[in-house]
Design a protein around this ligand. Structure first.
Ligand SMILES: Cc1ncc(C[n+]2csc(CCOP(=O)(O)OP(=O)(O)O)c2C)c(N)n1
Ligand SMILES: [Mg+2]
Length: 283
């Protein structure tokens, strides 16, 4: 049985009070409670403050390029679907530069667990607006206020029939741990958008700002009703729902792709002569 100590990575370089600490703690608690040892999962990230996440957890890791978190996670999962693969990305990484990859990972229903540290800002590069920054918010780069409409990742994911769509809050770690466990146990692509205060560059969406607005989704809510889920996903202004917003039961690639149905690619014998024959055809 693993303990918290087993996942201890490097000392975090995040600002004191950063919402990322709550995500890190909730995640480690979830791994202990799920009894998944550090050798049994892989964490993939891109670039950003969120992208540092794998440095702070002892496990298999891959820290790739900004916006390219999901392609790497997809590759690992397709090569070895016995491995639990989790992707940690910032709102800029995943909804901005990597937005295209998010759309297609959802469509393909790759069984990757995606956790988005949504601080509504580009923190690593010192505070430019991200896709989830609210309209009108002024930053050093947007001195007249953001004029693009705020992206709603929950509504977008439901529109794409994403297998599992949830929202958590870094200031409610117990609830976040529960959501993470549900995501890992769910078969299919899972997206948890985690509201994560950035204490240095986002002076609007603070811990207090979120605390005044977030509420736990009602116990009798049915996340399998897609129309109701879409309505829930549209709530934002004064009341922000946290919990599982939408869930479905779609097939995953290893159930559909004949060559990996029986066993993962990494456990299949490689016949070099076949590769040589194929290469000769191109000579
Ligand atoms: C290909 C590429 N594009 C842009 C950048 C510059 N860059 C690094 S991190 C970042 C944004 C980070 O914001 P987010 O993903 O929200 O993460 P946070 O730092 O807020 O956790 C940008 C634009 C880069 N390093 N590589
Ligand atoms: Mg960010």
């Amino acid at each position: 049985m693993p303990t918290l100590q087993d996942y201890r990575g490097q000392h975090p370089a995040w600002c004191p009070g950063c919402g990322n600490f709550g995500i890190l703690k909730a995640f480690k608690d979830a791994m202990v409670e799920l009894n998944i040892g550090p050798h049994q999962f892989t964490i993939v990230s891109g670039i950003g403050q969120a992208g540092k996440f794998p440095h702070y957890v002892r496990c298999n890791t891959f820290n790739g390029l900004h916006g390219r978190t999901l392609p790497v996670a997809t590759g690992i999962r397709l090569a070895n679907h016995e491995m639990t693969v989790m992707a940690f990305a910032g709102d800029g990484d995943c909804y901005g530069e990597g937005g295209n990859h998010l759309i297609h990972a959802i469509r393909r229903n790759i069984n990757v667990k995606l956790f988005v540290h949504d601080n509504q800002i580009y923190a690593l590069t010192k505070g430019q607006a991200s896709p989830t920054s609210m309209e009108g918010v002024k930053t050093k780069n947007q001195p007249f206020g953001v004029f693009s409409e705020q992206m709603n990742p929950m509504a977008m994911a439901i529109a794409l029939d994403c297998s599992f769509v949830a929202r958590g809050f870094a200031g409610d770690m117990k609830h976040l741990t529960l959501l993470m466990k549900e995501a890992v146990n769910h078969k299919g692509f899972t997206l948890i958008d985690i509201l994560q205060p950035c204490v240095t560059f986002n002076k609007i969406n603070t811990f207090d700002w979120y605390k005044q607005r977030v509420y736990h989704i009602e116990a009798d809510y049915n996340p399998e009703d897609r129309i109701a889920a879409f309505q829930k996903a549209l709530e934002w202004e004064d009341r922000i729902p946290i919990g599982i917003i939408y869930r479905n039961h779609r097939l995953i690639p290893e159930e559909r792709i004949p060559v990996i149905k029986e066993r993962p690619l990494v456990r299949q014998a490689v016949d070099i002569s076949k590769i040589e024959t194929t290469l000769k055809e191109f000579c």
